[in-house]
Design a binder for this molecule. Structure first.
Ligand code: ADP
Ligand code: GN1
Ligand code: MG
Length: 382
């Protein structure tokens, strides 16, 4: 077994998880920006494979709270899935450790957790087909639906104010003031662009604080690569549950659209390649509303487009803050990676601003279509 990758002693780490692994092969996996993920391929006959993750405890300061959330959520989802589906395929399964917990702290103070690896699944950084987009909508809509009977306060706020734009803008202001990496003067235009939109981007927060939008349990990291599709490109499982906590539905809708509607990747260098794939927007919306129509309020429906504008904006603010702070939060793969990510998100926002009316009309018409077909179904049953 390749016991040492990146300096971690996997032989030791794996002994603490309740698995029958034979002599496993461990290799880095996935393209996330925060945690370190490894595929553990076992040599046991017909053995299960596992996904081992080192949780980034600089980002997630309350590991116990985070893991309690994850256990709570996966148990709830499994209970809800058991009647009609296969909980082991459709919901992440955590592996217990020899300390009775679902995470292990190694001697270096790193935190590890493990889930069953879901075979024959695929995650995508870029969405290309209407079916994928529709299934993404079903996945995140159903996720919210299955959790909407829970009181949001049962979960710990794993990162307080995670998607609070006011807080993110304050962080940006502090980064400008400190200018610790000496980069502020090189991003004057980007700062102007972002700061000029600060007020309008606070609308969801204002509506939430006023009680117009209900707090629900939301995923809060609905990038498309946080769902697994099966061989036929149908939804199998929503993953990356670290940030599941109280939030507004528009956050999940907006962040998913951010990764679906863009014809290019999140950090695209060629800004002309960043165009909108509007048919994918319609498909995602159709799938999302099909699962959420039973509980979404009218105000929540109206807030969805605000989320579509807010999430690329917030991401640009976060990437730029990290760039100004000297790249301390997101993993980067080259020197100006956070700047390139910022530019790409700003470009995406510009495209969304140009097409806002068309997108707003689509949300409305998909909603009406769905309501019409539901009432036709109901009258046919009478
Ligand atoms: P990160 O926080 O680093 O984004 P994720 O939990 O999203 O970590 O996992 C990274 C990648 O690993 C995912 O995009 C997906 O491709 C893959 N993955 C995660 N969990 C599983 C699983 N249980 N089975 C199969 N693949 C998985
Ligand atoms: C991070 O871990 P990953 O790559 O799924 C980040 C998200 C951002 C995303 C941008 C805890 O998600 O909030 O939207 O990068 N996660 C955290 O790609 O900050
Ligand atoms: Mg992820």
């Amino acid at each position: 077994m390749n016991t040492k990758i990146m300096g971690y002693n996997f032989t030791e780490i794996l002994t603490h998880f309740n698995i029958n692994s034979g002599v496993p092969e461990v290799k880095p996996f996935g393209s996330g920006h925060i945690n370190d993920t490894f595929l553990v391929k076992t040599s046991a006959e017909n053995g299960r494979d596992y996904l081992l993750q080192k949780i980034n405890h600089f980002v997630f300061k309350n590991i116990e709270g985070l893991m309690n959330n994850m256990v709570y959520i996966t148990n709830h989802l499994k209970k809800k899935t058991i009647e009609k589906g296969d909980p082991e395929k459709e919901v992440l399964t955590l592996v217990e450790c020899d300390n009775g917990k679902y995470y292990y702290e190694d001697k270096q103070g790193n935190y590890w957790r493990m889930t069953y690896f879901l075979r024959d699944t695929q995650s995508y950084d870029l969405v290309t087909t209407g079916q994928q987009a529709y299934q993404g909508g079903v996945a995140f809509g159903r996720f919210q639906y299955l959790l909407c009977d829970l009181y949001p306060g049962v979960l710990v706020d794993v990162i307080p104010d995670f998607l609070n734009i006011e807080k993110r803008l304050n962080d940006l202001e502090k980064a400008i003031e400190n200018d610790s990496a000496g980069r502020v003067k090189s991003v004057k235009h980007q700062l102007e662009f972002l700061l000029s939109r600060a007020d309008v981007m606070k609308e969801i927060l204002v509506m939430g604080k006023a009680g117009v939008l209900p707090l629900r349990i939301t995923h809060n990291d609905t990038k498309f690569n946080n769902i697994l599709l099966d061989k036929n490109n149908n939804i199998q499982c929503v993953i990356d549950l670290d940030t599941v906590m109280p939030g507004y539905v528009a956050y999940d809708f907006g962040d998913a659209i951010r990764s679906i509607i863009n014809t290019a990747v999140e950090d695209e260098k060629d800004l002309d390649a960043i165009q909108l794939n509007i048919p994918l927007f319609s498909e995602f919306t159709k799938g999302y509303l099909s699962q959420t129509i039973s509980f979404l309020t009218e105000q929540e429906l109206k807030s969805l487009m605000k989320g579509v504008m807010l999430l690329p904006y917030m991401q640009a603010v976060r990437f730029l803050t990290d760039y100004l702070e000297g790249d301390v939060y997101y993993k980067i793969h080259f020197a100006k990676h956070n700047l390139q990510r910022t530019l790409a998100q700003i470009q995406l926002l510009k495209m969304l601003e140009l097409n806002k009316k068309e997108l707003t009309d689509i949300v409305e018409s998909e909603w009406l279509n769905l309501q019409n077909s539901l009432s036709t179904e109901q009258s046919a049953q009478l």
